[in-house]
Design a protein around this ligand. Sequence first.
Ligand code: GLP
Length: 244
Amino acid sequence: MRIVRAKDYEDMSRKAAAIIAAQVTLKPDCVLGLATGSTPIGTYKNLVAAYEAGDLDFSQVKTYNLDEYRGLPGDHDQSYRYFMNVNLFDHVNIDKANTHVPDGLMEDYEAACAEYDEAVAAAGHQDLQLLGIGNNGHIGFNEPCDSFIKGTHCVDLTESTIQANSRLFDSIDDVPRQAYTMGIGTIMGAKSILVVANGDAKAQAVHDMCYGPIVPSCPASILQLHPNVVVVADEAALALCPAE
Ligand SMILES: N[C@@H]1[C@@H](O)[C@H](O)[C@@H](COP(=O)(O)O)O[C@@H]1O
């Protein structure tokens, strides 16, 4: 695991965007695994700016997002499909048919989740998977639990995640209680992984991800077993990590 120290959120966002831009430049038809949440918004802004400057071409890029709230349609302003459209896809020359977010309204969800994993594998797996991290160490919506769940599946969100994500909804009662998420195996199938984290609320989770025991009670800790992970984090998020 390589840790890249950023001065602040802007610096983290620029550094993370530069890594994704390098991937798209080196392999124009790459497969990107993408993430939502507040943390990657600045990364996406920098990618849009690079595209507008004529430095990036997304025309052959395929994307697979990590997760989606169960029950939210893609045009709901808190759905992750909507987030991706507004923060990235609407502003670059990506073919929307090449962008994939789990369908929050899927009916036979076990079959649909299995199809999502098959599609990621058929595309050749993610060349680069972008991840944020939850305050409790979750990645995607893989919440702390008793085992690492391999494939895309439906999860019950924890109270702490519902609480943390309620800031984006009108009221906490509006936050869906379940979500679909790529499993740990689907995430670990990526050829390279880029984790972004900022702020002191993430300090414990970042420490446990990088230095804690590899346990499903901190799902991000599994990333220690992946051969190609870069963590780009600001000083606050790295406050509990040893200076290297
Ligand atoms: N499912 C998403 C995660 O993918 C994200 O990493 C996490 C942290 O979000 P934020 O970046 O807003 O702190 O929030 C959500 O729960």
